[in-house]
Design a protein around this ligand. Structure first.
Ligand code: KG4
Ligand code: ZN
Length: 348
């Protein structure tokens, strides 16, 4: 079983070839960050147009890297949502066209399922069941993963996602979009404890998150002061410590609550080194093994979509052939095929 995976939900065009026996054979990615940076964020129409330009050369390149002729591909998996609708439709239409031309099935994959399964690209890979902390630009969720397509959200952010909070605070600190990694770098020079920002939702029971107040706290800390390099670094450090402490404590609670012995970290913020170090401590305290994808598979990539497609093909979880794109799509419904239920943009 060999699957071509296509990711185009936001500002990365990414493709990969995954083989059930041999693992990941190739992956290629084009980041649109430089193009969007001038606008301080993603411009959806520009994103869609760029996906159109990039997809075909990336697929040709990945097939060549994998030394795979198109005949050796058994299915084409693509991100069907959630994401920018125009960007999703480019990937979905392209994937379905390839699948029709090659006479192979196309599978619409939930973007967050891709992130959740990304640690399975690594060795050792976690086995089901596990607890997952999904921390991306658009989502912060604790997910109980019973098996492929069996996801239960235990808690999520009531407002900004962790990555969004990183990006907004980075902007306040004068860092270019997307600011998560740049803020983390700046925080290295910051003094711990100089700013102690609120740990949102820690004073309440439960597994919900709230991060929107943190950017306000950072704004207040910066206001009226000369924004020296040291001050900016101290604020970055204080912000990062507050996010990391919150995420770590909620993981500790969720591990205790569920009794899971494996914790998987997924999504772009999972690349954060301070978060990784802190979660390793939590894992040790709770007797849980930790699994992280390598940093390039924390952020958006085609490998996770190809892998999810391959696992779904093997499990016989293949939907009808409609072209599917859903801007909004709850993860708990990932076991549903993307071309069933409401709010679906489909075309034959
Ligand atoms: O998963 P992802 O690539 O995209 C979404 O599906 O949203 O995550 C991107 C997010 C951005 O908000 C980015 O700033 C953040 O991940 N990010 C980081 C780091 N690297 C990426 N946040 C904190 N520390 C990092 N090292
Ligand atoms: Zn993502």
């Amino acid at each position: 079983m060999r699957v071509l995976g296509i990711e185009s939900s936001c500002d990365e065009t990414a493709v990969a070839v995954y083989d059930a026996r041999r693992g990941l054979l190739a992956h290629r990615l084009h980041s649109q960050i430089a193009m969007h940076q001038a606008y301080g964020g993603v411009v959806p129409e520009l994103a869609s147009r760029d996906h159109v330009r990039r997809l075909l050369p990336l697929v040709r390149g990945a097939l060549a890297d994998a030394e795979s002729a198109s005949e050796s591909i058994d299915a084409v998996a693509y991100t069907a949502g959630p994401g920018l609708i125009g960007a999703l439709l480019v990937g979905a239409g392209f994937a379905r066209s390839l699948s029709l031309a090659w006479g192979k099935p196309a599978l619409g994959i939930h973007h967050l399922e891709g992130h959740l399964l990304a640690p399975l690209l690594e060795d050792p890979a976690p086995s089901f069941p596990f607890l997952a902390l999904l921390v991306s630009g658009g989502h912060t969720q604790l997910v109980d993963v019973a098996g492929l397509g069996r996801y239960r959200i235990l808690g999520q952010s009531l407002d900004d996602a962790a990555g969004e909070a990183f990006d907004k605070t980075a902007k306040l600190l004068g860092l270019p979009y997307p600011g998560g990694a740049a803020l983390a770098k700046l925080a290295l020079a910051g003094k711990s404890g100089e700013f102690v920002f609120p740990r949102p939702m820690l004073d309440r029971p439960g597994l919900e998150f709230s991060f929107s107040g943190l950017k306000t706290a950072a704004l207040v800390a910066l206001r009226g002061r000369e924004a020296s390099e040291q001050l900016r670094a101290d604020v970055a450090r204080g912000f990062q410590e507050a996010v990391v402490a919150t995420l770590a404590e909620k993981c500790r609670r969720a591990l205790r609550l569920t009794g899971h012995r494996r914790l998987v970290i997924a999504g772009g913020v999972g690349a954060n080194l301070q978060l990784r170090a802190r979660l390793l401590e939590v894992g040790r305290d709770c007797g849980a093994e930790l699994y992280f994808p390598r940093p390039e598979f924390c952020t958006d990539n085609g490998a996770m979509i190809a892998l999810a497609g391959c696992l779904r093909m093997q499990a016989g979880l293949v939907a009808g052939g409609a072209v599917c794109a859903r801007a909004r799509w709850e993860l708990g419904l990932a076991e549903d095929s993307p071309d069933q239920g409401g709010r679906v943009a489909t075309a034959g």
